[in-house]
Design a protein around this ligand. Sequence first.
Ligand SMILES: [Zn+2]
Length: 343
Amino acid sequence: MKTLLPTSTAGSLPKPSWLAEPEKLWSPWKLRDEALVAGKQDAMRLAVDDQRQAGITIVGDGEQTRQHFVTTFIEHLEGVDFEKRETVRIRNRYDASVPTVVGAVSRPKSVFVEDAKYLRAQTDQPIKWTLPGPMTMIDTLYDAHYKSREKLAWEFARILNEEARELEAAGVDIIQFDEPAFNVFFDEANDWGIATLEKAAEGLKCETAVHICYGYGIKANTDWKKTLGSEWRQYEQTFPNLRKSKIDIISLECHHSRVPMDLIELIRGKKVMVGAIDVASDAVETPEEVADTLRRALQFVEADKLYPSTNCGMAPLARHVARGKLNALCAGAAIVRKELGVF
Ligand SMILES: [Zn+2]
């Protein structure tokens, strides 16, 4: 990345009210068929424009093409029955009715590649595309076929790798896998989760990232966070193996969370997307607050490896709040660039 402290978001931005009900996670589409395709593209252009106006360096689609960060991808796969639903516990935190794996899983055709080509055509800036990680995918399903979390994760890793190679060919610069499950299932993450993530990223020449967070600001997550004590040390469990992994960038929640900043030391050498925007609050950070978080991170990550970002996606926020946070992120990064003698 040529720009020092290149800014980006963790992924999602709010959707316009004509596409889906605003300020609501996983809100159903308001359009259908061809109108939906056109609506998603229009929304993507607005998301790109919001990022351009704020001065975001690495542009995403704001996840305007996804209703849900995991299930929209799974909807396009064979072997999963969305009519047959079972209630399971998601990340040991809340119950949800989820689809069932009924047979061998496969990807009959690419899922997001046309959307990624559309995004590529909208900007000359580097672009990032987000996909769910294998472990987070299996945690959002009931498996009546493989009956093994590990086996299913390897199958999804193979499918994700097919998709990722096509996204790379479409001109995506960074492919990010979302793995919030790494903050919950430490033993599995270390036994095979990180290995399946590397399989998903195998053979890619573009950069790869993994986003590990404490989730959107929804009640199930904020309630869970209250049980985690005064210091959140979950990252400590997986960082040593992530440091050894082939993944280039680690995306983390750092702002207003109880994550001790010095845990970043455990991934020294990796590029770090430092969450400097709280997505669980409507209060827009000041540029100085953002700069302060980045300065603290600079104690543990070299300046040329620090990527200012948001803690998680901003889908549930009001659009003006999300825009304010994008502006604050860029203004905060500019303060620190100046301090580093780069303009
Ligand atoms: Zn997240």
